[in-house]
Design a protein around this ligand. Structure first.
Ligand SMILES: [Zn+2]
Length: 365
């Protein structure tokens, strides 16, 4: 599993450039006797490949078991090309000039290891569906545009979070909030009173907004602001981009409405205008600890005499999109730490436990 992980992190796979990695994993899936193919999502994600989807049909003795989905994403964030992994006794790091790519190639390595163990040891198992997605890091696009008819499982695990002793059963829904503020150009020295400053409108609106951690379940951020032409021109246009997230859809609606209202009020106050592009990016994951999936995972950890906690995350994953199709889907950690930084590293003991837990889970169903 470590060897496979090291091979995969050395295959560049930035978002929309996952093709080489897709071919690498499809070869492995095929060599396990699985039917593996890419779906038709590439035209919508603009990746150089579709999502990889593969099936392992139930073993004859286990045909009554529920179908189960295993998923991880193939893309990485930047700087993620030319990764040189360094293996130490208990961890793997990058050389410090790139990320490691453990997010989410550790998850792919876990899935391939579990499948290999099942096939090589002839372990009884129900139908297993594998979906390795593209473009997760740029808005969960692969799982968003997956051919839904290709996935039939009612239960699934996404292997895409840090701690293998934590099962993320709650993750927020999110809105993308983009606002274009219109003012009026004027010479800033000769006739500023004829102008309407879009930057002033934006500043006033943002100053009124509840941002950051809004409450235990809700966060909001303005992440980008662009506008203005020159120091001597009253700026006529500003585009601001932000987001809101909440575990509660009602709170998310309220927060997004609040952000919108602040902008509308500021535009009115300064006699400017504002146009919005607000989109629901993803729906929440909201599984109960009493759900069938949570119980199975907890029992699997208990069998291995290891602790397991149920967690809520502020981050979204492909599990959000799979949940949308009515699947009980949670996010299990794979041992990766400090993701999206040059310090990213893989905790080898945790990595191994993630595979043991997943294998034990599949044998429990
Ligand atoms: Zn990830």
């Amino acid at each position: 599993m470590v060897r496979n992980f090291l091979d995969m992190v050395q295959i560049n796979s930035l978002s929309r450039k996952e093709g080489r990695l897709a071919r690498f994993v499809m070869e492995q899936l095929s060599s396990l006797g699985m039917a593996a193919a890419v779906d038709d999502s590439a035209s919508r994600t603009n990746s150089d490949t579709g999502n990889v989807i593969a099936y392992l049909p139930a073993s004859p003795a286990a045909s009554g078991k529920p179908s189960f989905l295993l998923s991880a994403h193939m893309d990485t964030v930047a700087p993620g090309e030319g990764i040189r992994p360094i293996v130490e006794s208990d961890r793997i790091t990058s050389d410090g000039s790139t990320i490691l790519g453990g997010d989410c190639k550790s998850g792919i390595a876990v899935i391939l290891e579990v499948l290999t163990a099942i096939v090589e040891n002839n372990l009884p198992h129900g139908d297993i569906e594998v979906c390795l997605t593209v473009c997760e890091e740029i808005g969960l696009l692969g799982s968003k545009y997956i051919e839904a008819s290709k996935i039939k499982s009612k239960f699934g695990l996404v292997l895409d979070s840090p701690n293998a002793h934590a099962l993320v059963i709650q993750a927020p829904a999110g809105d993308n909030v983009e606002a274009t503020i219109f003012g009026l150009e004027a010479h800033a020295g000769v006739c500023p009173e004829k102008g309407i400053s879009a930057i002033q409108i934006a500043a006033h609106a943002i100053g009124q907004m509840r941002l950051g951690r809004v409450d235990r379940e809700t966060t909001a951020n303005i992440g980008s602001i662009q506008g203005g032409m020159a120091v001597n021109i009253v700026p006529s246009k500003v585009v601001i981009k932000g987001e809101a997230r909440s575990l509660s859809l009602a709170k998310l609606d309220a927060q997004t409405k609040h952000m919108r209202t602040c902008l509308e009020k500021a535009a009115r106050k300064f006699k400017g205008d504002v146009a919005f592009n607000i989109q629901r990016g993803y729906m929440p994951v909201n599984l109960s600890p009493a759900s069938q999936l949570a119980k199975w995972v907890r029992q699997s950890a208990q069998d291995l005499k290891e602790p397991l906690v149920f967690a809520a995350s502020g981050g979204a994953s492909d599990a959000n999109n799979f949940s949308l199709h009515g699947m009980q889907c949670a996010n299990l950690g794979t041992g990766v730490r400090d993701i999206h930084t040059l310090r990213e590293w893989l905790h080898l003991k945790d990595f191994l436990f993630s595979a043991q837990l997943t294998l034990n889970l599949l044998s429990k169903l």
